[in-house]
Structures are given as structure tokens and as C-alpha cells.
Design a protein around this ligand. Structure first.
Ligand SMILES: [Zn+2]
Length: 446
């Protein structure tokens, strides 16, 4: 690789750091970039998560850092309801929800406690839970958000070598998206210079299925009592992954799916290279969409929405659940048309999609408008292009998608300006007619 190319890829990695971190907050999470070139590692981090007993609802977490003369300060931010007891070497400046840690080198450690039970939204189930002999959570629930200030006068190119170690009750297993590096140990690789653990994870006694599906190492970890057999999820992935790979222009290397049971969140939640799904959710719902394919789209898409473009990422994720099913023969034309009619009926119309974050807009209005846009693109380009090409452009470029950038991608693919279509159906939220399936032009009283 030439020096110029190396410099470019480094810049790209830094951009992706920001992408991955921000996506964690936004909910839609791109696959993290894998570090291709072996960077020179200048310090090491060992994260140890100890579950003191089966049934414990608190984990003890310890960071051990070695050779860290170049680390000046680490700012940790967290939910003070769940994290406490911060202690460590060097100096800790504690505030509510924040610790400024000056670890002092070359060796340092930090310890804290973290609650393992966490509701996703009030009254709507948990996204981190301790079951009978198992724990389902994600790394972002165990590790504070952190920002590291390096002393580049000491080390101009700081880079960590990191691993994650679980200390677990007897006979417990651990599964994460990170590569295994021993018993209950994982190699932590993130685009950061200071590597952070990534993705969903499950600990304890659970049902685990591993398979390679079209080049992707898939693991399904199911909590006891999850209704949907893993074999059926694998069968869906066997059909859907090639379509998703084609759409995004790349084969993903890993995918972890964790399934929970009540009282956990009764839907899906995407993470880095991984997603959560409630074990009662079917592969296809009565409205013909698919919660699994929705999360698979989020995990596969290497772009994230700006504040004005959740309608784009949610709408694409939902539209492609029926689109992928149709392409692989799981949904016939009538089923597809029915899904579109339900989008029309349950959509929220005459709202500005870029400002209104109503679920009915994300799940119904936006996918119907994107379907109508796809029809226009196909018609306008004589069948040469489609919405797939627009998604391909966004996937290739990665980063943040705004409504304006999405419109720009449509223009670049088609050579035409769809500003009028966006004004009418996105900013004014007018329901688009789809005469082919009996969705008439919106009129007064609709
Ligand atoms: Zn979504």
C-alpha cells in the first residue's frame, strides 16, 4: 500500500470512529469498519467483567492499562442510576454522571459497579436483563461513553491492544461479536485508537447456534424460552444475506443475533455487528413486514441518520423487509400489495417527515413514500436504475445521511431533480398514489 493510500485509509477510519460512536446514540448502527492494516500497538487495555454469582444483578468491571504514558486523561460519561463506585489509580474527579480520570502511567487500573437490569423505555420492557441463569445486555450498558485525551508529544500515533475478559459463575458461557481469544476472552478491535468493546452479548446458560452463511459467521444466542427456533432464523438469513450483501456492496464478516424473553423489550434493537430480538417475534408479521429483516438492514447499512433523516433510515429498513422477501420468494405480489396498502392506511400523513418523529411516519408513511420514489426512479430512467442504486451510493460513502444528502444521491443516480417530489411527499407528507395496488390519490377527508 502506498503512503498516500495508507494516509487515506487512516482518515477513513477516524471518520468511522465518529460514525460508530454517534450511531450508538441514534439507535441505527452501522457495521464498524475492520482494521485492515495492522497498526503498531503502543499500549494495552484489559477489560474484565465479573459476574459474582448466578442471579447477581450487578457486574464488577475493571480496566487494566499498561504502557499508557501517552494517555493524559479519560472522560467517562454514564447514567448515574446504573454506574457507581468508581475507583482507580491516579486521580478521579467525580461528578454526577461523569468521571474525569487522569490515570498516570505507565500502569493504571479503574474499577466500578454497573447494574445489569435496565428498562428500554418506561413500562415497555428491558434492554438489559438478568434471567434465570443468563444475562442479556450490550457492551454500551457495561462501559461508559468515554473520550480519551492523548499526549501526542509522547506518542504521536497511540494505538491500543485490547481484550475483554469475563469472570463468570461455573458452567457459564459468553458470546459477543468480538473474536474469541481464549476461554471467555475476546479480542477488542474498534476503529478507535483506544479500543472499546462492541455490540450485544449474552452470558450464562443459553442456546447457541453457530453457522457460516454466505461468508458471514453467524451466531444466534437464544435465552431459554425464546419461541422461534434458531434454525428458522438461519433459513431466513440464508435467503436474505446475499440480497443484503449485494445492496450494500459488501459481504459482512460477522453477525450476532441475541433473542430475549419477557419482560424484555418486545421488538428489535440493532447494535454493532449484532442485534437483539424478542424471542416471540415472528420472521414475518401479519402486515407482511419482518422485524428480523428490519434490524438486519440497520446492522448492514454503514450510514446513520442526521436528526432530519430518521424517516430515511427507518423507511428504508421497513420497505426492504418486504422488498427482500419478495426477491427471495417469501412474499408474492398480493402479499406485497397488501403491505403497501397497510402502509397507506396506518401512515401519518400531511406532516413534515424531517421534523415529526412519530413511529407511524417511520414505519408506514416513509416506506410508502420510498416505494413511490423507487417507482419514479425506475420509470424516469427507463428501468436502468432504482432505489437500490441510491442505497448503494449511501452505503459506499457511509457517514451521516441528511434529507438533503439523500435527495442529492437520488439526483446523482438518476441525473434528475426530485426536489418537487420531496417537497410534496416528504416535507408536506402527502400520501403518494399507488394506483397499481389500489392506493388512490389523497383527497380532502383522507
Ligand atoms: Zn428501525
Amino acid at each position: 500500500m502506498s503512503a498516500r493510500a495508507a494516509g487515506r485509509s487512516h482518515a477513513a477510519l477516524l471518520t468511522l470512529v465518529a460514525a460508530v460512536l454517534a450511531a450508538r446514540c441514534a439507535g441505527a448502527q452501522p457495521e464498524a469498519a475492520l482494521v485492515n492494516a495492522e497498526p503498531r500497538e503502543t499500549f494495552s487495555v484489559t477489560y474484565t467483567v465479573e459476574i459474582p454469582s448466578a442471579g447477581a444483578t450487578t457486574a464488577l468491571v475493571r480496566w487494566e492499562l499498561a504502557g499508557i504514558d501517552e494517555v493524559k486523561r479519560i472522560r467517562l460519561r454514564f447514567d448515574p442510576q446504573r454506574f457507581d463506585g468508581f475507583d482507580g489509580s491516579g486521580t478521579l474527579d467525580r461528578r454526577r454522571g461523569e468521571v474525569q480520570w487522569s490515570p498516570s502511567g505507565p500502569y493504571a487500573h479503574l474499577t466500578y459497579r454497573v447494574a445489569l437490569v435496565h428498562p428500554h423505555a418506561p413500562g415497555k420492557g428491558y434492554d438489559s436483563w438478568v434471567g434465570d441463569g443468563w444475562i442479556l445486555t450490550r457492551t454500551s450498558a457495561l462501559f461508559p461513553r468515554s473520550a480519551v485525551l492523548f499526549r501526542t508529544d509522547i506518542e504521536p500515533h497511540p494505538e491500543s491492544r485490547a481484550r475483554l475478559v469475563f469472570r463468570l459463575p461455573a458452567h457459564w458461557d459468553a458470546v459477543t461479536v468480538m473474536p474469541a481469544a481464549g476461554v471467555h476472552q475476546f479480542l477488542v478491535e474498534s476503529p478507535d485508537r483506544f479500543d472499546h468493546p462492541r455490540g450485544w452479548l449474552m452470558l450464562g446458560r443459553f442456546h447457541r447456534t453457530d453457522a457460516v452463511v454466505h461468508g458471514t459467521a453467524v451466531t444466534i444466542a437464544a435465552a431459554p424460552g425464546a419461541a422461534l427456533p434458531s434454525a428458522r432464523v438461519l433459513a431466513l438469513l440464508d435467503r436474505a444475506l446475499p440480497v443484503m450483501h449485494e445492496l450494500m456492496g459488501r459481504v459482512r464478516s460477522r453477525l450476532l443475533i441475541v433473542t430475549g424473553v419477557d419482560p424484555m423489550w418486545r421488538g428489535g434493537l440493532s447494535g454493532e455487528d449484532s442485534f437483539y430480538m424478542h424471542g416471540d417475534r415472528p420472521l414475518q408479521t401479519p402486515d407482511r413486514t419482518s422485524p428480523y429483516l428490519h434490524e438486519l438492514f440497520h446492522v448492514s447499512a454503514p450510514f446513520r441518520p442526521a436528526a432530519d433523516a430518521h424517516w430515511v433510515t427507518e423507511g428504508l429498513a421497513e420497505l426492504y423487509t418486504i422488498e427482500v422477501q419478495r426477491r427471495v420468494g417469501l412474499l408474492d405480489d398480493e402479499g406485497y400489495a397488501k403491505a403497501l396498502r397497510l402502509f397507506a392506511r396506518y401512515g401519518l400523513w400531511d406532516r413534515d417527515f424531517t421534523r415529526d418523529q412519530d413511529r407511524a411516519i417511520h414505519n408506514n408513511s416513509a416506506p410508502l413514500v420510498l416505494y413511490a420514489l423507487d417507482r419514479r426512479i425506475r420509470h424516469g430512467t427507463g428501468g436502468a436504475h432504482s432505489l437500490d442504486d441510491v442505497v448503494g451510493v449511501l452505503a459506499r460513502e457511509g457517514g451521516v445521511v441528511t434529507t438533503a444528502r439523500f435527495l442529492g444521491a437520488v439526483r446523482r443516480v438518476t441525473g434528475k431533480n426530485y426536489g418537487a417530489f420531496f417537497r410534496r411527499h416528504v416535507f408536506h407528507g402527502e400520501r403518494p398514489p399507488v394506483p397499481g395496488v389500489g392506493i388512490a390519490r389523497a383527497g380532502p377527508g383522507d
